[in-house]
Design a protein around this ligand. Structure first.
Ligand SMILES: NC(=O)c1ccc[n+]([C@@H]2O[C@H](COP(=O)([O-])OP(=O)(O)OC[C@H]3O[C@@H](n4cnc5c(N)ncnc54)[C@H](O)[C@@H]3O)[C@@H](O)[C@H]2O)c1
Length: 397
């Protein structure tokens, strides 16, 4: 694949490291950046033959197969519309839009133009997530009841993130977009999110947007998603998921305490990991960030889909659903009520009822619980199907 990279900042460089790493055959052939010196530096670092400070010039290059948008949130729509104009396949970093209206316009535009569209949500491509989701899909956890995802760190690194107009929101949009898509993926992307309840506040930073939030997303089948996001967390980048089902549990720690621990006095200290707050004392480095954060598997899926003319696992439609859930979260912060998720476009299942799943013990009873006690008795808690009465049976050994 020949790629035009739009943006040479934090994520543009992570993407470039992933795309061109490991002796990859995919190459960045054009780089756009706002400042000439940044475009040129990126071109030198990644051996890119063409650099420009004119957005359309990078997109329109005839040799470009696919455009990768790594620009601040307020520029995603403009860049997507230019890809539609030039009929270029496009992949966009998260969040798709600053809100659902922007995301919907982008979704409709790429589909009208008939171009490939990929949503770069790396955290549903991490090796741990992929493995965890396989277990969920195989039924190892039974029916999923609750899926929590947490992303917290000490705050982003560029000025525009902290400007509510340019970013579109605070940590709910910036980090909640990851957590919501993780929750959707565990619960089932075909299950409709129906309502959101969210608390948010600006607890620390001198900004107009929220710097800390906790939200609940209710799904049509009765499952609940939970997101915990913060730009005020101290101690690095905390990325964790917890999934609870009728038959099992998964806990995933993707970044901080992953089993790699190191102590240094700080002599010759260097980069440790994304958003690490210190490079001395006890540290938690990350072995291979490109892999651990899902970038490699994400681009593999994107480029495989492009080559095979199929859809990647994450498309603009997913970005639109995520933006719609987050819009409801922002509304709920204001009203302090459960707010409905407004989805003008919904392609999943509808009318999925909340599963009753009452486990029968025998013809007359449901099984509430079965347990072997520390004193060797086997206890059964049963509910009579007709009377509703709860009874206990103890079987002594
Ligand atoms: N894990 C992830 O998926 C992840 C992580 C970080 C950022 N992002 C997303 O990537 C996008 C870019 O974020 P970033 O962290 O790379 O930002 P950044 O500030 O580091 O880089 C932004 C790039 O956009 C260019 N640009 C063009 N016009 C600009 C303008 N008017 N103001 C500022 N920059 C301008 C800059 O030259 C720069 O190359 C955002 O949408 C962000 O949400 C995704």
């Amino acid at each position: 694949m020949k790629i035009a990279m739009l943006g040479s900042g934090f994520i543009g460089r992570f993407y470039a490291d992933s795309i061109q790493g490991y002796r990859s055959k995919d190459k960045i052939v054009a780089i756009y950046s706002r400042k000439e010196e940044s475009a040129k530096k990126f071109a030198i670092d990644y051996h890119v033959p063409f650099s420009t400070i004119v957005l359309e010039e990078a997109i329109a290059r005839p040799e470009v197969d696919v455009v990768c948008i790594s620009l601040p949130n307020f520029l995603h729509e403009e860049a997507v519309m230019l890809c539609c104009k030039h009929k270029k396949a496009v992949m966009t970093t998260k969040p798709l839009g600053r809100n659902s209206a922007e995301a919907k316009r982008m979704l409709e535009a790429v589909e009208t133009a008939g171009i490939f569209n990929g949503y770069l949500e790396d955290l549903v491509y991490t090796p741990k997530f992929i493995k965890a989701q396989q277990s969920v899909k195989s039924g190892a956890l039974g029916r999923i009841l609750w899926a929590k995802s947490r992303e917290t760190h000490p705050g982003p690194h560029s000025d525009w993130f902290w400007d509510i107009e340019q970013a579109g929101g605070g940590c709910i949009l910036d980090l909640g977009c990851h957590c919501v898509e993780i929750g959707r993926s565990y619960i089932g992307k075909d299950i409709k999110p129906i309502e959101v309840m969210c608390w948010a506040d600006t607890q620390v930073k001198p900004i107009d947007a929220e710097d800390h939030a906790i939200g609940l997303v209710k799904y049509e089948n009765g499952a609940i998603g939970q997101f915990e996001v913060s730009w005020t967390f101290r101690g690095g980048l905390d990325l964790r998921d917890e999934v609870m089902g009728t038959e099992g549990t998964i806990w995933v720690n993707s970044f901080l305490r992953t089993g790699f621990e190191m102590f240094t006095t700080g002599k010759s200290a260097d980069y440790v990991a994304e958003k690490a707050e210190s490079n001395s004392g006890w540290l938690f480095p990350v072995g291979d960030e490109l892999n651990e954060l899902g970038y490699n598997h994400m681009f593999m899926d994107m480029f495989d889909a492009l080559e095979k003319n199929t859809q990647p696992r994450e498309t603009f439609y997913d970005g639109y659903v995520v933006n719609s859930i987050l819009d409801a979260a922002y509304k709920s912060v204001k009203t302090k009520q459960w707010e409905p998720v407004q989805l003008d476009i919904w392609r999943g299942r509808v009318g999925v009822s909340k599963d009753a799943h009452l486990p029968s013990y025998d013809d007359d009873h449901y099984l509430v619980k079965e347990e072997v006690t520390h004193y060797g008795a086997s206890k059964l808690i049963l509910k009579n199907k007709a009377s509703g009465r709860i009874v206990e049976r103890v079987v002594d050994k």
